[in-house]
Write a protein that binds this ligand. Structure first.
Ligand code: DGL
Length: 267
């Protein structure tokens, strides 16, 4: 089936998930939507994130997508469960696959989770982790400043290092051996976070496990694209296409030629 896979995020961070989809599923067509006009979601309420996510899903459905990936931790934590009940195509998020991967990796059964304020406040990661492995202890920390620092391109900067040191110092007191990067932006500063938390701690990027889950799902439901044509990747945003393109070119394996702006509020 050559219908595209819809991928969405509050902005540019979800491109780290799209990058992984392009790597693991090189034959698939995709449509990416970044809600650049309304980012960040990470400080917003469940009600707002659910409203925004519903509008985006409605938009993606007009593009006849065959499956949807919620490439945003905050939307996955706050809106996925509800939306899953409302639509008739498969939809997956990044929280559950990230949790399963972390649960497999840990030996000490002490796991750290970092994410936006809303993701951490939702308690979704802790809830899933306890379901999967009740003996696990979770240490979580909201790291809201990482998002603007990444968006400003300060991926390997002294300021980001200082902020990371402050955010992660508490976590170092626990014997964690896996740290879930529970926000789409964090894989872009993975090296810096790794330096700060120490090499003993494995960093879990949910994008990888999410794409594996997507692959299994497409195979299981007979939805894989069988055509051997060059895949088409379309990009939509709600504002600021120039900044999006610059960022996308730094994250994706090839140049983004065109990004369309849509009025997401009308969906
Ligand atoms: N994409 C969001 C997430 O993964 C981070 C940016 C935001 O706060 O909207 O949680």
């Amino acid at each position: 089936m050559d219908a595209p896979i819809g991928v969405f995020d509050s902005g540019i961070g979800g491109l780290t998930v799209l990058r992984e989809i392009m790597r693991q599923l090189p034959n698939e067509n995709t449509i990416y939507f970044g809600d650049t006009a309304r980012v960040p979601y990470g400080s917003k309420s469940k009600k707002t994130v659910l409203k925004y996510s519903r509008q985006i899903v409605r938009f993606l459905l007009t593009k006849k997508v065959k499956a949807i990936v919620v490439a945003c931790n905050t939307a996955s934590a706050l809106a996925l469960e509800e939306i899953n009940k409302e639509i008739h195509i498969p939809i997956i998020g990044v929280v559950e696959p990230g949790v399963l991967m972390a649960a497999e990796m840990t030996e000490t059964n002490n796991i750290g989770i970092i994410g936006t304020s809303s993701t951490i406040k939702s308690g979704m990661y802790n809830e899933f982790l306890r379901k999967v492995k009740p003996e696990i202890t979770v240490v979580s920390k909201a790291c809201p400043l990482f998002v603007p620092l990444v968006e400003e391109g300060l991926w390997d900067d002294r300021i980001t290092e200082d902020i990371a040191a402050r955010y992660l110092c508490e976590m170092k007191e626990y014997d964690i051996d896996a740290l879930v990067l529970g926000c789409t932006h964090y894989p872009l500063i993975k090296r810096l976070i790794g330096r700060e938390i120490g090499e003993r701690v494995k960093l879990v990027n949910p994008a990888y496990a999410t794409t594996q889950k997507l692959k299994e799902l497409l195979e299981h439901k007979n939805l894989c694209n069988q055509k051997n044509e060059k895949p088409v990747h379309d990009y939509y945003v709600s504002d600021g296409p120039e900044k999006f393109v610059t960022f996308a070119d730094g994250v994706l394996p090839f140049t983004v030629s065109e990004t369309k702006v849509i009025d997401i509020e009308s969906y």
